[in-house]
Design a protein around this ligand. Sequence first.
Ligand code: AMP
Length: 214
Amino acid sequence: MRLIMVGPQGAGKGTQGGLLAERYAIPHVATGDLLRAEVREGTAVGVKAREFMERGDLVPDDLVLEMLERRLAKPDATEGFVLDGFPRNAAQAEALDRVLARGGHGLHGVVSLEVPDDVLVERLSARRTCPTCGRPYTQVGGRPVRCDDDGTELVHRADDTPEAIRRRLAIFHEHTMPLIAFYEERDLVIHVDGVGSVDEVETRIVKELEARAS
Ligand code: AMP
């Protein structure tokens, strides 16, 4: 099972991508999480990526692609993966095709999570994230909250500010939305309404995926 999650920031790609990965026993590969780990560890990629990320800009394709190829070459990704946050533009989609073709693989589906911009801005402004594992949380009443998985104190992501949020949404509409048409031509796109509870959205995705598989 090789899946791609496409959607604007805050649409629930991370949450739903994680659930699908668990359900199908494949890794959840989120380029944003991989990049944040590189920044935390102060690697050469991290040092170069940091300023782009803080502004809400895309990190240059060559840096992201090299990092992603390293991740997809790991043994746990040989049977499949859920890609989240990649590809984000046409050049990345074409590069992914080349990587998959090399292994003789194809894609099973592209899940497009659809949420109106005003709901996204509200969700992202309230979002807190675990700096250790990247798990996102919706902040409750401004109380400091710790990560359920590892106990780390949650933080407000540097790029979840109103200015960076607007910038990221503009980039999504300009560069990432056209990918839907690119995958639509191959009949890979599964359109899913991303407004609702985590369970409701998960049920919608799984129903569509299973309808395709049968
Ligand atoms: P995300 O966690 O997916 O919202 O990604 C956070 C930030 O990481 C983005 O705003 C970009 O700066 C960078 N990033 C993540 N994935 C990519 C990608 N595929 N191409 C370029 N930049 C990316």
